[in-house]
Ligand binder design. Structure first.
Ligand code: SER
Length: 874
């Protein structure tokens, strides 16, 4: 066995396989490409999944790499064991449908025993229980004795969905002094005596998203060998941390903290965590990941915060991670030039995050200490979820850290309470958002000279001059992800909201952060600001930024804006010069235009206006823009907004021979770009003000598609073609009318029948024939028809009540003139009767009707009617 540096080992491996026909490829980025199943690359084979499955053709059927990997699943173990890392390098050689077991097994053996001169008699082989082919090659071809080939059921390699298969591992026996001493200790024991160096995966299956397996078209090889592990063996070190691939970073951390290595197990954990995490941070940021609260960005943030906290545990109270990056670059910059090129950038990102977290950490740790003491005094071991949430939400102290610190004190965190507090806060945030205008209150400082700030729609870059957190008027130096902010640049390409037209949206990219702009507005002094949310990293004053405006949306807005000018001119021409703008909305989806006019715009007038605007569009006129003194503009007759303040020099927007307006907004350069102008509604917004809503371009297309869809749906319901809808509907309406008439006739027949049977139940009270009856009819007309018939039949007084089809109650009283002569007053009868079922009404002595509400009281009300009638008869 010969000593070998980590860099030499990496090179030897790649060269060995190059000599065997492999194409050497550089490590892929840690950010997976086109693979939504992974957040980070965590295995040498991960970037090659499509080559294994046959989805894509590889650049060569044989490839060798040393791949940067990050795994954070068991981050808590880092520093506590000899081998756990968040960052590690995996040496790999791959066959995509090319060679298979009989080539790779002897090559693996040759590399380890000849090239690296590892003692063959100390190497143990594991294979999958069923893999006789691998057994035969290891045993017969390589010559491994039977007792050093172990069959294991577990030897099947897979990592979520993707290519997988049975595997064969090579372990080295580090000697009985490193082991548990149990008689059955072997390569499948995790006591540390046997160290896995090499994994050969015979990639033959694909694990599908649903967990099932499909055989791959061809058989592949995926070899993975941990660089740090092999280095630890070659360098005779007890753990990966002592190898030259990591130890210089530990030495750096010792220097920064003044704590020696091996001073105590606890401080060694912290030193190892810092060394491990410094590598992850450097490579992750080098590959373009920025701290954030989501996905990869969150992993990065968590790793960085853990490193800072372990620094504090060692007594480091200043920023130190930038120095660790320098060490990592000095160790790895030759093989991974990207981190050398981006060294300053990586340090800048780290500085921003580290400095703000140090502040958080100090106050958070102090607060948590107080809470822990309180718990100890009370003899409790669980921290309230509410308290942990407050630490995280108000002070930015991460929950994972709280949990970790609690664990160090033998305590736990009330996870359920934490989740509940989080939900309450989310709800409050949602409610607050609903009624907030989202407009920041900004005061422009005197130190910002508005005249020196430029708006240039063609620009793509500028410098950050001011930053305001949205909830506060005081400027700040920097904002980080998750925060809402407004930013002022020296040169902006974003067009601000104004004159009814919405402002631009887009993205601002800073060296160490990204902000999504959702609004562009102007301050009272004319300075443009962009407001939105920082989604990744940090944006700071002084940053040189680039930006991208959503130009597709801006074109939609431009179409609607020029169309608004055309609409105003057409309205004045069709309706008269009293038409003046009273407000407008110009968005990407539609426009509306409010104007003074005293009656509804008739359909004919609307059609004329619409045609006139479309004529201007079809004439494909060039729109011109001129900056002229205001007096000159007025002299030319340009339309100005009533009540709007204009500067000394104004911009005149002209559509030749049709419209001329003072306007600072965005417009098309030729009217033909508007496409189609379509009015969708005309309405009133107040006394003397009308509103026309219209769409253009893609908005018009969408509108037409919507209409087409509606007609299509109606046609489908009518079982006819789109073109036959009208005819089919006419037939249907005629049929319905006919059916209604038939129902009416039927109802009156039924009423007559009901009347004749009801008449049989009539009683004579003091010489007046009286009928009180609950009936069932559809509406008040039917009730009256029935009342008429029954009054004639009885020749006395009739009181009827019915619950109608619509659920309402109708009460009716009708009396013959003879009954009226005897004292009957229908108005009074229904008034009393209706009151019982919660209603009211009245009427003449011979006829009255009323409503009621309470259907359950109808019987009781009618029962009372008998007495009311009796009481009236003289
Ligand atoms: N895919 C296997 C591993 O990651 C071998 O490369 O261990």
């Amino acid at each position: 066995m010969k000593y070998m540096s980590g860099n030499e080992l990496r090179e030897r491996f790649l060269k060995f396989f190059e000599e065997r026909g492999h194409m050497r490829l550089p490590s892929a980025s840690l950010i997976p490409q086109d693979d939504p199943t992974l957040l980070l690359i965590g295995a040498g084979m991960a970037p090659f999944k499509p080559f294994f499955t046959g989805k894509m053709k590889p650049p060569s059927p044989r490839v060798t790499t040393c791949q940067k990997c990050v795994r954070t699943g068991d981050i808590e173990n880092v520093g506590r064991t000899a081998r756990h890392h968040t960052y590690f390098e995996m040496l790999g050689d791959f066959s995509f449908g090319d060679y298979f077991k009989k080539e790779i097994i002897p090559w693996s053996w040759e590399f380890l025993t000849k090239e690296l001169e590892l003692p063959g008699d100390k190497l143990y082989i594991t294979i999958h229980t069923s893999d006789d082919e691998a057994y035969q090659i290891w045993h017969d071809v390589v010559g491994i004795p039977d007792e050093r080939i172990i069959r294991l059921e577990d030897n099947f390699w897979e990592i979520g969905s993707g290519p997988c298969g049975p595997c064969s591992e090579i372990h080295i026996d580090l000697g009985p002094e490193r082991g548990c001493g149990k008689p059955d200790c072997g390569p499948d024991c995790d006591c540390g005596r046997f160290l896995e160096l090499w994994n050969l995966v015979f990639t033959q299956f694909n694990q599908n998203e649903d967990g099932t397996y499909t055989p791959l078209e061809h058989k592949n090889i995926d070899t993975g060998a941990g660089l740090e592990r092999i280095a630890s063996v070659l360098q005779g070190k007890p753990s990966n941390f002592e190898t030259d691939l990591i130890f210089p970073i530990i030495e750096y951390a010792c220097k920064e903290s003044g704590v020696a290595y091996n001073a105590s197990p606890k401080s060694d954990v912290s030193l190892k965590v810092i060394a491990d995490h410094a590598r992850s941070l450097t490579f992750m940021i080098g590959d373009g990941i920025l701290p954030s609260n989501l996905g990869r960005g969150y992993i990065l943030r968590r790793v960085l915060r853990r490193a800072v906290r372990h620094g504090r545990l060692l007594g480091i109270d200043h920023e130190f991670l930038g120095g660790a990056v320098d060490v990592v670059v000095s160790m790895y910059g030759d093989h991974y030039p990207e981190i050398r090129e981006k060294q300053d950038y990586i340090k800048k990102v780290i500085h921003m995050e580290e400095s703000s977290f140090l502040k958080t950490l100090k106050s958070g740790c102090d607060m948590l200490d107080v809470e822990i003491t309180k718990l100890q005094e009370a003899g409790k071991t669980e921290l309230d979820g509410d308290v942990a949430f407050k630490l995280s939400d108000t002070f930015g102290f991460p929950k994972e850290l709280t949990a970790e610190i609690l664990e160090e004190h033998g305590m736990t965190l009330d996870e359920k309470g934490f989740a509940e507090a989080l939900e309450v806060q989310r709800k409050m945030a949602r409610d607050a958002r609903d009624d907030k205008t989202g407009r920041p209150v900004l005061y422009n400082d005197r130190d910002l000279n508005a005249a020196e700030l430029k708006v240039d729609e063609a620009a793509h870059a500028g410098k950050v001059m001011k930053i305001y957190p949205v909830a506060d008027a005081q400027p700040v130096d920097a904002v980080s992800d998750g925060q809402d902010a407004a930013v002022i640049l020296d040169v902006t390409g974003f067009h601000a909201e104004g004159g009814g037209q919405l402002g631009d949206i887009g993205v601002i990219k800073a060296p160490a952060g990204l902000m999504r702009v959702t609004k562009t507005k102007k301050l009272p002094d004319g300075v443009t600001y962009m407001a939105g949310t920082v989604e990744e990293g940090t944006i700071a004053v002084g940053d040189a930024v680039t930006y991208k405006v959503d130009t597709v949306r801006r074109s939609d807005i431009a179409r609607n804006h020029t169309a608004t000018h055309l609409l105003q001119a057409a309205l004045r021409s069709v309706l008269g010069s009293h038409v003046n703008q009273a407000g407008s909305y110009v968005g990407p989806d539609r426009l509306h235009f409010d104007f003074s006019h005293f009656s509804q715009v008739t359909p004919e007038e609307l059609a004329k206006v619409e045609k006139m605007v479309n004529e201007q569009i079809l004439a494909a006129k060039t729109v011109t823009f001129e900056e002229v003194p205001i007096e000159e503009a007025k002299k030319r007759g340009a339309m100005a907004l009533f009540g709007e303040k204009y500067g000394a020099v104004v911009r005149v927007v002209t559509v030749p021979d049709f419209s001329m307006e003072l306007c600072g907004g965005v417009h098309v350069s030729n009217t033909a770009q508007i496409g189609l102008f379509k009015i969708v509604s005309e309405s009133s917004t107040g006394a003397g003000v009308r509103r026309i809503e219209a769409v253009t371009g893609f908005g018009a297309l969408q509108y037409v598609e919507g209409l087409e869809k509606t007609i299509g749906n109606v046609a489908a319901k009518l079982h006819c073609r789109n073109t036959d809808v009208e005819e089919r509907l006419d037939v249907l309406l005629a049929e319905t009318k006919d059916a209604c008439q038939k129902v009416k006739a039927l109802e009156s027949k039924m009423a007559a029948a009901a009347a004749s049977s009801a008449a049989d139940r009539m009683k004579e009270i003091k010489g007046v024939n009286t009928l009180v009856q609950k009936v069932s009819v559809s509406d008040v007309n039917a009730l009256r028809t029935m009342g008429d018939q029954l009054r004639d039949k009885t020749g006395g007084v009739v009181v009827l009540a019915s619950v109608f089809e619509n659920g309402k109650i109708g009460i009716l009283a009708m009396a013959h003139k003879d009954a009226v002569a005897k004292g009957i007053h229908c108005g009074k009868i229904v008034k009393e009767v209706a009151a019982i079922c919660g209603g009211g009404g009245g009427g003449r002595p011979d006829m009255a009707q009323a409503g009621g509400k309470d259907a359950e009281k109808v019987d009781e009300a009618l029962q009372a009617a008998w007495g009311v009638v009796e009481g009236q008869i003289k």
